[in-house]
Design a protein around this ligand. Structure first.
Ligand SMILES: NC(=O)c1ccc[n+]([C@@H]2O[C@H](COP(=O)([O-])OP(=O)(O)OC[C@H]3O[C@@H](n4cnc5c(N)ncnc54)[C@H](OP(=O)(O)O)[C@@H]3O)[C@@H](O)[C@H]2O)c1
Length: 243
């Protein structure tokens, strides 16, 4: 097995995921670009390779069992192990998310991607992560999932708009992450949640105020933690995010 570190980033064809792939690639990692659309995936891989990154495409729809199983097979064949998994793929479910009028189908769709998708991918990749000397899992959450911030002062600046599918999906993801941390407490896997800040991407119609590179920085730090690094945390650039 090669000494080169290998990472899978889900939803890596654009936005923050792309920049996490680029950042880890610049550190010499081999980067699996998880993406569901072939054209967008190939374009991202080509762009990364042009900048000198050892990137390869991983067809991956996080909502599809067979796609996720095939992605695990592809990585097993290529590398035999996985050193980091960045569960970055996510959706908002659109703007119609007032609790009193939401279409329950929107909540199902968002949870299927943002929560169950993470569980599906993590479980498929765990056997490969367990073959790494220092495995890391990074779950792309959001401070809008912080119940402390949602219930405190601060308004939309710290909590985002009322969004009964998206914000609770990230609270759910945080809670799920802690269950993995508990189950895997006796292993060397470090598992953390990250908030990238308010980043200009397709997700918010490019209304964010940070660049995707800035949004990728803490995720890259958590994917490359030393063995004595934290686990079971929720981090943003400024430090710890309250649950
Ligand atoms: N932007 C922000 O301000 C912000 C703040 C806090 C947290 N986040 C989180 O950061 C993560 C990345 O978001 P972003 O801002 O970079 O948004 P983005 O540019 O819209 O990127 C989202 C990525 O997820 C992928 N994706 C969505 N559903 C998928 C599925 N079923 N299977 C595989 N890939 C899927 C998208 O692929 P397609 O191109 O195929 O759609 C895309 O690559 C998300 O989890 C988001 O919740 C973002």
């Amino acid at each position: 097995m090669s000494d080169t570190k290998i990472v899978l980033v889900t939803g890596a064809n654009k936005g923050i995921g792309y920049e996490i792939a680029a950042g880890l690639g610049a550190l010499g990692w081999s980067v699996g670009v998880g993406a569901r659309d072939e054209t967008r995936r190939d374009a991202a891989v080509a762009r990364l390779r042009e900048s000198g990154v050892d990137a390869f495409g991983v067809p991956l729809d996080v909502t599809d069992d067979r796609s996720v199983a095939a992605a695990a097979d592809l990585i097993a064949e290529r590398a035999g192990r996985l050193d980091a998994l960045v569960n970055n793929a996510g959706i908002t479910g659109g703007r119609q998310q007032q609790p009193s009028s939401v279409d329950p189908g929107v909540i199902r769709t968002v949870v299927e991607t943002n929560v169950i998708g993470v569980i599906r991918v993590t479980n498929a990749m765990l056997p490969l992560l367990q073959r790494s000397a220092s495995p890391r899992i990074v779950n792309m959450s959001s401070s809008v999932g912080s119940l402390t911030r949602q219930s405190g002062p601060g308004g939309e600046t710290s909590t985002g708009p009322v969004a009964v599918a998206y914000a609770p999906s990230k609270s759910f993801l945080n809670a799920v992450t802690l269950q993995y941390v508990r189950e895997l407490a006796d292993t060397n896997i470090l598992i953390n949640c990250v908030c990238p800040g308010f980043v200009a991407t397709d997700l918010n119609g490019f209304r964010g105020v940070r660049t995707p590179q800035e949004g990728a920085a803490t995720a890259i730090r958590l994917a490359t933690l030393p063995d004595e690094g934290p686990t079971g945390g929720f981090f943003e650039d400024a430090g710890v995010v309250p649950w």
